[in-house]
Design a protein around this ligand. Structure first.
Ligand code: FAD
Length: 325
């Protein structure tokens, strides 16, 4: 299956892709110089290679059957600039992949719920330590590749582009045989039946299940908190809404003078909005800073054109109807 989201093509890979991912992982490990020769969609290349290898293995002792497949493969290699000297590591990686044959067919389905920073880190570790051990599927609610969430503030402030904060390119996932499914959430997990249900009603089996779902922002239980235009700051879609709000001339109130609140206020002010930062406690970032440091920070924030109100509880946001964060 091929999904299109954000202009990216993401493949749900066939079992042969796992063998291909194993092969490429091993090959690049023992012969990193070969990597630049292999361009384009590695999953497709890998599947073709494994299909050829399948013909070779089935036809051992029958040269006539092997030759057409082997010469077609050799021609593709020449087209890619592969030289005779590149073959020994390719052969070694193929042999190693064959030796791993059992683990390929026995790969346990591992489903990771959440396509955030923790999921990416886990996949990286697994690819390094146990490539092919699991048939990994990563399911992410957000309709995009995993990105560095910490940099959302920089995106809001216009210092970094949204497209620059992806943790890994699409090819990184497919090269490792990882099934990426984003823009779809996991709605239920049946531990007895070992399946998860997705928001598009599909079911996915698992042997191991990892929840890497991060956290959700706290929403204040105050009147008006559910009005359109009252936003939270957690993901890329929030940044897009906040940037749109900053473009309007209506004043913006940011509730919370911790790190995220200050970063949000800064980004919005930088985008040209008139921003008031409201904080419950009598000093900013009270968990991290003493009174003196907090005062210096307040002055620095005010110097950016942000109004700071301390020791103020928010009771009702329904009066702030046009543009709020
Ligand atoms: C603006 C901002 C700035 C930050 N700055 C810092 C910083 O400077 N330093 C720091 O240490 N931390 C910072 N953090 C916190 C840091 O980003 C998080 O700790 C980190 O992202 C957690 O990683 P995670 O993979 O556990 O969760 P996340 O990165 O939140 O990823 C979880 C993913 O799971 C998805 N998901 C949830 N439920 C489901 C479901 N049912 N099905 C499918 N997918 C699901 C979510 O949509 C999300 O994409 C910041 C956070 C924000 C928002």
């Amino acid at each position: 299956m091929v999904r299109a989201a954000d202009g990216l093509r993401v493949k749900l890979v066939a079992p042969t892709s796992q063998a291909a991912a194993l092969f490429h992982g091993r090959l690049f490990e023992i012969a990193p110089a070969v990597k630049p020769l292999l361009r384009g969609d590695m999953t497709e290349q890998g599947c073709k290679l494994m299909a050829t290898l399948g013909v070779v293995v089935k036809s051992l002792g029958n040269l006539e059957a092997v030759l057409p497949a082997a010469s077609a493969l050799a021609k593709r290699h020449v087209d890619h600039g592969v030289k005779a000297a590149d073959y020994p590591p390719v052969g070694a990686a193929l042999l190693w992949t064959l030796e791993q044959g059992f683990s390929i067919t026995m790969s346990e389905p591992l489903v990771i719920v959440g396509n955030g920073m923790a999921a990416a880190c886990l996949c990286e570790e697994l690819a390094q330590r146990a490539l092919g051990r699991y048939a990994i599927a990563v399911i992410g609610e957000e309709p995009r590749l995993a990105y560095n969430r910490v940099l959302l503030s920089s995106v809001l402030a216009g210092e970094v582009r949204a497209s620059d904060i992806s943790l890994k390119p699409a090819a990184w996932w497919s090269d490792r045989g990882i099934t990426l499914c984003y823009g779809v959430g996991v709605t239920a997990a049946d531990i007895a039946a070992r399946t998860v249900t997705l928001s598009d009603d599909k079911a996915l089996p698992f042997a191991k299940l990892v929840f890497a779902t991060g956290s959700r922002p706290i929403c204040l239980r105050i009147a008006g908190a559910d009005l359109p235009g009252v936003l939270t700051f957690r993901d890329m879609s929030h940044v897009a809404s906040m940037s749109r709000a900053a473009c309007r001339s209506a004043p913006i109130v940011v509730i919370g003078g911790g790190l995220l609140g200050i970063e949000a206020a800064y980004g919005l002010a930088k985008a040209g909005a008139s921003v008031t930062l409201v904080h419950l406690v009598d000093r900013l970032m009270e968990r991290q800073l003493d009174a003196r440091a907090a005062l210096l920070l307040k002055r620095a924030v005010e110097a950016k054109g942000i109004r700071v109100l301390l020791d103020v509880a928010t009771r009702d946001s329904s009066a702030m109807v046009t543009s709020r964060v």
